[in-house]
Ligand binder design. Structure first.
Ligand SMILES: [Zn+2]
Length: 220
């Protein structure tokens, strides 16, 4: 007794082809597979070699759409592609995440470089804040939340350092100019920042001691 793998119709007189399809289903199924095969080939190429990140990402998503459609055939035992849709899917899910993470890291790196060469504390801080926002927007597309958290921690620490260095620099400058009142104020700002950051205070013991010693020296 023959049974069609697609429509599941069966009967003594039902004949199926080598793919296990009845004569009703065979033409439309094969046509569908051929069409999608062509699109998939195109997506595979552009997902890897597309000029921009946006192209590569959108081709990945289009690829998934067509592969998921072909999965319904694969699940019924109808031959489709080699490697199979499920194999390509699992390979490219990982590839898509990698693509996103690399792009986010690239954007983050650019922002950090911009911050390093910026001339004012505010400009340094803004470059980092902007970079954090941009890379978070990109990373939102991935299934891996831990990457975004790590990226955020890195940025937050750099922003904190920029602020802290700003206070310490201003304090030293004021001290140099003999403006003790301003120096004390800036050292106190630095101390407040250290005490209220997310880094455990015992890891910053040396900095805290140095600033406290400075404050005593300046007669605070
Ligand atoms: Zn059929």
């Amino acid at each position: 007794m023959g049974q069609c793998r697609f429509c599941e119709r069966k009967g003594f007189f039902l004949s199926v082809d080598t793919n296990g399809l009845c004569e009703n289903c065979a033409p439309q199924v094969l046509h569908d597979i051929t069409q999608r095969h062509r699109i998939i080939e195109d997506c595979l190429r552009l997902a890897r070699d597309g000029k921009t990140f946006a192209t590569r990402l959108s081709r990945c998503d289009l690829l998934f759409e067509h592969l998921e459609h072909l999965l319904q055939y694969e699940n019924k035992g109808i031959p489709t592609l080699t490697p199979s849709p499920s194999d390509i899917l699992s390979e490219f899910k990982g590839y898509r995440d990698k693509l996103i993470i690399e792009e986010a890291q690239k954007v983050a790196q650019k922002a950090k470089e911009k911050s390093e060469v910026a001339s004012t504390i505010t400009a340094k801080h803004n470059a980092l804040a902007n970079g954090l926002l941009k890379s978070q927007e990109i990373i939102r597309n991935t299934s891996d939340a831990s990457v975004g958290e790590e990226l955020e921690r890195g940025f937050k620490y750099l922003m904190y350092k920029v602020k802290l260095d700003g206070f310490l620099e201003a304090a030293k400058k004021a001290e140099f100019k003999g403006n003790n009142k301003k120096a004390i104020d800036q050292y106190q700002e630095a101390l407040f920042l250290i005490r209220n950051d997310d880094i455990p205070d015992d890891q910053q013991g040396v900095e805290i001691q140095q600033i406290e010693a400075k404050l005593i020296e300046l007669g605070a």
